[in-house]
Design a binder for this molecule. Structure first.
Ligand SMILES: NC(=O)c1ccc[n+]([C@@H]2O[C@H](COP(=O)([O-])OP(=O)(O)OC[C@H]3O[C@@H](n4cnc5c(N)ncnc54)[C@H](OP(=O)(O)O)[C@@H]3O)[C@@H](O)[C@H]2O)c1
Length: 224
């Protein structure tokens, strides 16, 4: 797909992988809109990127985001559900399961609300790509990651079902499963192997290269 002049929305596009993807789209001539749940536009965000406040756990804010984008650009080509949070690795007994509710809210319901409202618009215009950023933690269980893996497995189940439900010629649902990346996700506590994790810019590059293909891979695993 040609990315020039495409209208691209990236949830959680202000940091880490989302920001790296946003900058890659800009380099390819796309118009980029990002959201985050902070009240104000981050000062360090590239001036060419349009920022709109939206908390992905609040469906009315996501609906408003879609409406604002369509009002301004009259269409929506690519919607990337990227916003996500994490919890430090701990055994089940020590995991804070109250906080795990927030994981499910952001990592699952954020993806659900984004996909649903983007799809409503894409069905009106009859084209579009929804791309969900999952994780290798959506593919395999991992020691001391019961909470995070649960949230990503759930988002993966949602995504795979939606792929079958949509199954349209000009509307596609894609999934990306990255391994560990050096991002703000781990600000609270860096995992043991953090220094060996990937640079998010390299992961963003692979995601963009896949989208540029005539037929992008539906499920892209990026480990190294
Ligand atoms: N880093 C890794 O090793 C890794 C590996 C595999 C998959 N992933 C996934 O990749 C995605 C991006 O993560 P990252 O590593 O780039 O993390 P990050 O650097 O912490 O960035 C996360 C982004 O999501 C936003 N966000 C968080 N909660 C939000 C909410 N409720 N509403 C709107 N935006 C929200 C953050 O902005 P604000 O907090 O300012 O709102 C930020 O822009 C996530 O889905 C993550 O699970 C990460």
């Amino acid at each position: 797909m040609e990315l020039e002049d495409k209208i691209v929305v990236i949830t959680g596009g202000t940091k880490g992988l989302g920001r790296a993807i946003a900058l890659s789209f800009l380099e390819n001539g796309s118009k980029v809109i990002v959201c985050s749940h902070e009240e104000n536009r981050p000062e360090d965000l590239n001036k060419e990127i349009l920022w709109i406040k939206a908390d992905v756990t609040k469906e009315d804010e996501i609906k408003n985001l879609v409406e604002k984008v369509v009002e301004k650009f009259e269409k929506l080509d690519i919607w990337i559900n990227n916003a996500g949070i994490w919890l430090p690795h701990l055994p089940i007994q020590e995991t804070d399961w109250e906080r795990a509710h927030d994981l499910i809210k952001v990592n699952l319901f954020g993806t659900v609300y984004g996909s649903k409202n983007a799809l409503i618009q894409m069905r009106k215009q009859d084209f579009g790509i929804i791309l969900n950023i999952l994780s290798t933690s959506a593919l395999d269980g991992k020691v001391n990651e019961t909470a995070y893996c649960s949230s990503k497995f759930a988002a993966n189940g949602f995504t795979k079902s939606l792929m079958k439900e949509v199954d349209g010629k000009d509307i596609k649902v894609l999934a990306v499963y990255p391994g560990g990346m050096r991002t703000n996700l781990f600000d609270e506590k860096k995992p043991e192997k953090y220094n060996e994790f990937m640079d998010p810019n390299e992961v963003a590059f692979k995601i963009i290269e896949n989208l540029k293909k005539e037929t992008p891979e539906e499920e892209l695993i990026i480990k190294e």
